[in-house]
Design a protein around this ligand. Sequence first.
Ligand SMILES: *Cc1c(COP(=O)(O)O)cnc(C)c1O
Length: 392
Amino acid sequence: MNISTLDHTYTAQTYARFPTALVRGEGVYAWDEQGKRYLDFTSGIGVNSLGWCDGEWQATVAAQAAQLQHVSNLYYTRPAAELAQTLVEKSGLASVFFGNSGAEANECAIKTARKYSRDRHGANRHTVLTLNQSFHGRTLTALSATAQPHFHQHFFPFTEGFDFLPANDLNALQQRLAQGGVCALMLEIVQGEGGLNSLDGTYLQEAQKLCREHDVLLMVDEVQTGIGRTGKMFAFQHFDLSPDVLTLAKGLGGGLPIGAAVFGERCSDTLGKGDHGSTFGGNPVCCAGANVVMARLDETFLAEVRAKGEALREMLADLPNVRGVSGMGLMLGAELAEGIAAADVVEQARQRGLLLLTAKHKLRFLPPLIISQAQLGEGVEILREVLAGFSA
Ligand SMILES: *Cc1c(COP(=O)(O)O)cnc(C)c1O
C-alpha cells in the first residue's frame, strides 16, 4: 500500500494533508516518494531550526540514544541538567520545567500562575488574560486560553478563568486588571497561527509594568518565536523585557519533541515537589538534540538570522500580488492581494517544489534558520512565478 492510502486507512483523519509523503531530508531540501525535491520554507512549522538531519545534531542524538534513552524523572541526567543551565543563562530567568510540547509548556505556565497567586493572595484570583487571535495549543486548557472563537466549539465545558483582551490596547488591560481576580497575562510577541501580528514595544513594556504593579505574572508564549526564530534567542529580548514565565517548544529540540517552561525569580519555586510532572519530560535524547541547537545559536548565528530575515522581507515586499509583509526575523507573513487565497498559492508552490505555510489569510514563512541567502532567493523566485499567475 502506498503511504497516503495506508494513512487514510489507519490514521484518524484530523489533518488535511498535502498529497506528498516525504521520505528523506538534508539541510533545506527534502525528497518525496517519487524522488521529487522540495525547498523548505516551513521547518516543519518552526521546528527544524537546523534544517533536516544536521550532521552534529544527528551524531549527538544517535550517540545519546545508544547510551541512555530514558530514565524517568526519579533520576538525574546530564543532558537535561545542562540544557536547563543554558536556558537559564540565555534567558536571564531562574529555573526550568521540561515537558514535551508547546501546549504542555503553557499548561505548566497556567498552573504556576494559579498557584503563585493562591499562595500569595488566596483563592479567587485565578483569571489568566490572553490576547485576541492568540494560539496557545490544543489541550483543553490551552484551547481555553486561545482567544479565537473558532476553537471554542465541540469540547464543552472548557476550562474556566480566561479573559480575552484586544492586542496593543493598554486601556483595556489597565481596566481589566483594576477589576481584580487576575493572576497572569499570557501573550505571544509575534502571533504565529493568528497571522504574524506583532505587539508593539510600548505596549509590552507598559504591560510588564502594570503586571508588576498588580503582582500578576507576565507569561510570554515563545513556543514559535523562541530559539532564534526572530533573530534574538528569545523575542522578548528585542524589547528588554523580563517575563516571569517563558514557554518554549517548537524550535528547541531541532526536530525532537520537547517543551519547557522557564521561570523568573518571582515564581521559580512556586511548583514544589509533587505539584507537577511529565513522564517523558527532560528526555535525555531530546535534551541532547536541544543542547546542539542551543550551542549552534551563538551571536554570529543570530546576527545572520536577522540579516537573512531582512533580506527575505525585502524580497517578499517586491513580489507581485503581495500587499504587505509582517513579522520578525525568519518568522514572516505576506498579505496577499484581495481575492487570492493563500492556500491556493501554497498548493501551487508545492507543485513547483517549494514548501510553504499559511497563517489565517496570509502566507507564512518559517524557513530553517540555517538557510542561505541564495536559497531564500531560490524560493522567492518560485513564489514569484506562482504569484504572477494570479490576476488580482
Ligand atoms: C504551536 C504553538 C503552540 C502549541 O504547541 P504544540 O507543541 O503543538 O502543543 C503553542 N503556542 C504557540 C505560540 C504555538 O505557535
